[in-house]
Design a protein around this ligand. Structure first.
Ligand code: M6R
Length: 592
């Protein structure tokens, strides 16, 4: 959840560390800090707030303006409130060791107890790491040995980066269940980072670390170790363009990413169809989908496709719950969906299932991420980098991949009529995006404190996604229900103070949803409905209508989700919220 970066090379480290921190800010933004080695000394600067607060602070204090080696951190607090003193980097008692960390050190209290003679200045779990390394160095060990020995005393998950004036020509890195990547900048040096998207402006050549690996990065070499033995790793090429990681004239990444959806569906479809005959799904007798958040909602749509198109019985579980279930995974196919490929709960669920005999298909947007390396079969959701914390275009890419996977499981050819309809989806999304009334609704939506999102069958997971979007960036409480469930309880909430958003394309179950809408109107509830163009007149006059293009019943989520994304976007903008970096959230949730 935190973002970490380090640079070593021929250029000024600050010119890499600060821009990379801005790129990593979507992983955490409650405090930030940097550390460099200059004239043989370790310098640290850190500040509560966003990276901009740190850069302002740097311009006010006497911090070195040039260094060939530096590290930086943007924090998403776990242990200890956001504050200057809890911000990373953390140092040892001598100030000669500086450490940044992403993850959780589970035995930090025990370590603190063992190091009673050290004085700690923060409430973080991280601070024990430089002190542990200091203890090891006091025994006469060199920094590398001290670093490796300290790692053995740490329990939990971590990506750790250390610099020390005791060996000012190296960056020491370690990974255990928290992502870390080494980027090679030819002729310049090396950059280490929490994720691949943050590196696209610097290099396309990266080497992701696997669990329990260590990288000792010097000016002209990287030494990788596993179990203290040297290993050799090959770089992979990132395919993303630099422009894809920029706002491209849009006010927010989220809006840009919403607008990109027509070509994201197209690109994902194209990529999967181009390797159609090479996709060999591992053998299985059971199928289970697992994911978190938006990816879970895409999976819930996918489940309906697997059932309707491929006639397969499919279970779905939140990844954070799956690991506690007493399931037998023998002969199971796990379909695991993740934009980042680094979500800790998803990875843990996959690992447990694999240990118990499952094969894993990973639907993943970041190639080179942990899930893409651990899955038996990878299906790439070709959405490009998604920077806005609220997932939008990756949902559409995941839908595309899941629909095609359903066709594959059904044994259909790529000439199937559903593929023909899928080919028409980008134009339909485009048509909606270029002309709609959603922005006009923001002011009214912003007056509500609570909202229900309602839909049946394939529109229910879309309603769940709509409710999640409203919650996470508008901070308006929203819950989704299958609309038929409303009369079993939630209907008690209906009044003029409750907004109900009905997702009701004109499909095979429209009439049932229509009855539920009438029940809300009869109780004076405010209703917005997402309805197929041409059928608006079926609805009572007091209902606010958002018209979406007609498509096949099974494909409606591609078009019905778009107005819900826009509704939350425009409402959040109207309310003056930070759309791309909503409070308390981070893009990649790499802690369990
Ligand atoms: O990277 P992942 O797809 O594994 O992330 C899963 C969720 O954390 C993510 O979808 C989250 O719910 C989004 N912020 C929703 O907009």
């Amino acid at each position: 959840m935190c973002g970490i970066v380090g640079f070593i090379g021929k250029s000024n480290a600050l010119h890499f560390v600060i821009p990379a921190l801005y790129r990593l800010e979507y992983r955490g933004y409650d405090s930030a800090g940097i550390s460099v080695i200059h004239n043989g000394r370790v310098f640290v600067a850190k500040k509560k707030g966003k990276i901009s607060a740190l850069t302002t602070y740097l311009s006010e204090v006497n911090f070195p303006s040039y260094a060939n080696l530096g590290i930086g951190h943007t924090r998403w607090a776990t242990h200890g409130e956001p504050s200057d003193y809890n911000a990373h980097p953390h140092t040892d008692s001598t100030g000669e060791i500086s450490v940044i960390h992403n993850g959780i050190i589970e035995n930090f209290l025990q370590i603190k107890n063992q190091l009673k003679h050290h004085s700690f200045v923060s409430e973080t779990d991280t601070e024990v790491i430089p002190h542990l390394i200091e203890e090891e160095m006091k025994k006469g060990k060199d920094p590398e040995t001290a670093f490796l020995d300290a790692l053995e005393k740490i329990e939990g998950s971590y990506a750790i980066v250390m610099i020390t004036s005791k060996d000012p020509n190296k960056i020491f890195c370690a990974r255990k269940r928290s992502p870390l990547v080494v980027g090679i900048i030819d002729g310049v040096g090396y950059i280490v980072s929490s994720d691949i998207p943050s590196l696209v402006t610097f290099t396309k050549k990266v080497i992701p670390l696997d669990d329990d690996e260590v990288a000792i990065v010097s000016f002209d070499d990287v030494k990788f170790l596993k179990n203290r033995q040297r290993i050799y790793k090959q770089p992979i090429e990132i395919k993303w363009d630099i422009q894809e990681a920029e706002k491209g004239g849009y006010r927010h990444f989220m809006l840009k990413e919403i607008m990109e959806q027509p070509h994201v569906v197209e690109d994902t479809m194209h990529e999967i169809l181009s390797v159609w005959d090479e996709i060999v799904v591992p053998k299985y007798s059971k199928i289970l989908i697992t994911a978190c958040g938006t990816s879970f909602h895409a999976g819930a749509v996918g489940r309906i496709w697997f059932e309707s198109i491929a006639r397969k019985e499919v279970d779905i579980e939140y990844a954070s719950e799956l690991r506690y279930k007493d399931k037998d995974f023998q002969d199971s196919l796990i379909i695991s969906i993740s934009q980042s490929g680094e979500t800790a709960d998803t990875l843990e669920a996959v690992r447990i299932a694999k240990e118990k005999g499952a094969k894993v298909v990973g639907l993943v947007n970041v190639l080179g991420s942990s899930l893409s390396r651990e899955a038996d079969l990878v299906i790439h959701t070709n959405a490009g980098p998604e920077i806005g914390v609220a997932a939008t275009k990756t949902f559409s890419a995941q839908l595309t991949a899941l629909l095609l996977l359903a066709l594959k499981l059904a044994g259909f050819q790529k000439s199937h009529k559903i593929v023909d309809e899928l080919r028409r989806i980008p134009e339909k999304i485009d048509r909606f995006l270029s002309k709609n009334n959603v922005q006009d609704l923001a002011e009214e939506v912003a007056t509500f404190k609570n909202a229900l999102y309602l839909g049946r069958w394939i529109s229910y997971p879309v309603a769940e996604e709509g409710a999640l979007k409203l919650k996470e960036i508008s901070y308006i409480h929203a819950e989704a229900y299958p609309s038929g469930e409303m009369k079993h309880g939630p209907i008690a909430l209906i009044s003029q103070d409750m907004l109900s958003v009905f997702v009701m394309p004109y499909d095979r179950i429209f009439k049932k949803t229509f009855s539920n809408l009438q029940e809300v109107i009869a109780r004076k509830g405010k209703v917005i409905s997402v309805i197929t163009q041409g059928y608006e007149n079926l609805l009572p006059a007091e209902v606010i209508k958002i018209s979406i293009p007609q498509t096949d019943d099974l494909l409606s989520p591609f078009v019905s989700v778009i107005p819900l994304q826009l509704l939350s976007y425009h409402t959040a903008v109207y309310l003056g919220h930070d759309v791309d970096q909503p409070r308390n959230l981070a893009k990649s949730v790499t802690v369990e």
